[in-house]
Design a protein around this ligand. Structure first.
Ligand code: F6P
Length: 523
């Protein structure tokens, strides 16, 4: 069931946006906020989210033209096809059904004539039972001891999602310590092995294909370490489980068939943490919290599916990205979570966004002549204020910013959280309004720096008019994190639909793998 193949730059909206862009050259955020309703008009509230996009270089007309573009690119049709299991991943002839993994409605989702929901429910039940058994200590290691540690062995989507969620939700974790091994760097593998006891460690090998060189090498090394530390081959079934679509290769590796958690080829690696790829999440925070994560994603999915585009959080975010990427030609966007828990969110989003939309051939197979996937980067606030914010405030590049903040801290520490959030709000104000020459002059004058006031002046001016979006969430819990991740997935999906690309394959990573294995043969 094909997606339309429409070059967005040939649409009427694109032509109108191009004209509108030149009208917006003199746009001033400071002036725009003389309209005291602006913040309210350009904030979307949904559940415990407040999505404030008022500090963007947009007018209501901009949003109208951008939503027209979404309509001309038949976004609504694409959304409906994706959720209903149509094979929109045409280059791999697959459906794109990570959304089915968190489908809390009673509606079936039919793929190739078969409802996929029963097998998804079976998988969730297996995850639930296994997690409960390991956490309660009824499921033990090969010497009969309860587990104390979990090691997730995977890379890309088999690592970044689970790792980001486990670290983000550590407030909710149980006694199990979770470690993540992804890089083939053997020294790092040794550093993890130094920290764990083979008797009380559960190894979770995660690989959709079970052919990824890094994961298989790491898993083999770790299995050998396990056997060198008191275990025999028959003990593997106590301490090793695997998550994969490739059951034959998993069994060949020596994993007991009862210890295999299946996943499906219609779930992309970077969209897979909602499946058994998220087993380490369920082990770390318990299945009930894992289910809350899924529920949050489901609620964002429902918002995305059912809300008109001008009130649709992922759609507005995607359109803003396109506005800067394709009209201002800003090539990156920076994600700044004001929560140290979310330290691993930017790396996760890099794979989600850049592996999905880093494409230059359109859905008709033609070379693209406009910009597509932008560069995603970021760090946590307030740390980045002491790292790269100088460039964003006073550099020569336009870098749209996405702030994420939480109204409440988890440990209820008032002083720290007030300071953290004061910085969160101050940064977007500073970017938007800057500091004028007159203000700087007055400050220098009152500070008595009269002798070099004029020479100093230019260096202390802040242009302002730098765009940002602020996502303010009540607090960091599993459900709100699920919503946040699904927001980014749907933003990424929307961008790809409008850019007329296929966001669900990743042929670009194959050449490197081929060359690496050729080189290995010559070593
Ligand atoms: O980066 C390429 C890629 O195929 C990702 O899409 C995927 O998440 C990762 O490698 C790991 O793949 P697998 O889960 O099959 O080991």
């Amino acid at each position: 069931m094909a997606l339309i193949k429409r070059n967005p730059t040939t649409t009427k909206s694109w032509k109108e946006l191009t004209k509108h862009f030149s009208e917006m050259k003199s746009f001033s955020l400071k002036k725009a906020f003389q309209n005291t309703n602006r913040k309210n008009d350009l904030t979307i509230k949904f559940n415990e989210f407040e999505f404030d996009y008022s500090k963007n270089l947009i007018s209501k007309k901009t949003i109208g033209l951008l939503t027209n573009l979404a309509n001309e690119c038949e976004l609504k049709d694409a959304i409906s096809k994706q959720f209903s299991g149509k094979k929109i991943n045409e280059t791999e002839n697959r459906a794109v059904l990570h959304t089915a993994l968190r489908n809390f409605s009673k509606a079936p989702i039919v793929l190739d004539g078969k409802d996929v929901m029963p097998e998804i429910k079976n998988s969730l039940t297996k995850i639930q039972n296994f997690s409960q058994a390991v956490i309660s200590g009824t499921q033990k290691g090969f010497t009969g001891k309860a587990f104390t540690d979990v090691v997730n062995i995977g890379i890309g989507g088999s690592d970044l999602g689970p790792k980001m969620v486990v670290e983000s939700l550590q407030f909710y974790k149980n006694h199990l310590n979770t470690h993540f091994i992804s890089n083939i760097d053997g020294d790092y593998v040794q550093e993890v092995l130094k920290k764990i006891n083979p008797e009380t460690t559960l190894f979770v090998i995660v690989s959709k294909t079970f052919t990824t060189q890094e994961t298989l090498t790491n898993a083999t090394t770790i299995q050998q370490w396990f056997l060198n530390n008191g275990a025999t081959k028959k003990d593997i079934k106590y301490n090793f489980v695997a998550v994969s679509t490739n059951l034959k290769k998993v069994k060949d590796f020596g994993i007991d068939k009862n210890n295999i958690f299946t996943m499906w080829n219609w779930v992309g690696g970077r969209f897979s943490l909602w499946s058994a790829v998220g087993l380490s999440i369920s082990l770390s925070i318990g299945f009930p919290n894992f289910e809350q994560l899924l529920l949050g994603a489901y609620e964002m999915d429902t918002h995305f599916k059912e809300t008109s585009f001008e009130k649709n959080i992922p759609v507005i975010a995607a359109l803003l990205s396109i506005w800067y990427n394709n009209f201002y030609l800003s090539e990156t966007e920076v994600i700044l979570p004001y929560s140290q828990y979310l330290e691993n969110l930017p790396p996760f989003l890099q794979q989600l966004s850049m592996e999905s939309n880093g494409k230059s051939i359109d859905r008709a197979g033609k070379k693209i002549k406009y910009q597509t996937g932008n560069i995603i980067w970021g760090s946590t606030g307030t740390n980045m204020q002491h790292a790269f914010m100088q460039l964003i405030h006073q550099g020569t590049k336009l870098i749209p910013v996405e702030f994420i903040g939480f109204k409440k801290s988890l440990y209820k520490n008032k002083e720290h959280h007030q300071k953290l959030m004061a910085n969160y709000h101050a940064q977007s104000d500073a970017l938007a309004y800057g500091k004028t020459k007159d203000t700087v002059h007055l400050e220098l004058k009152t500070s008595g720096k009269m002798d070099n006031i004029n020479s100093l002046l230019p260096f202390k001016i802040f242009e302002g008019n730098k765009p940002s979006t602020s996502i303010l969430i009540k607090n960091l819990n599993p459900k709100n994190l699920g919503m946040l991740i699904a927001y980014y997935e749907q933003k990424t999906f929307t961008q790809g639909i409008i850019w007329n690309i296929y966001s669900f394959d990743q042929f670009g990573v194959e050449l490197g793998k081929e060359l690496a294995s050729k080189m290995l043969k010559t070593c």
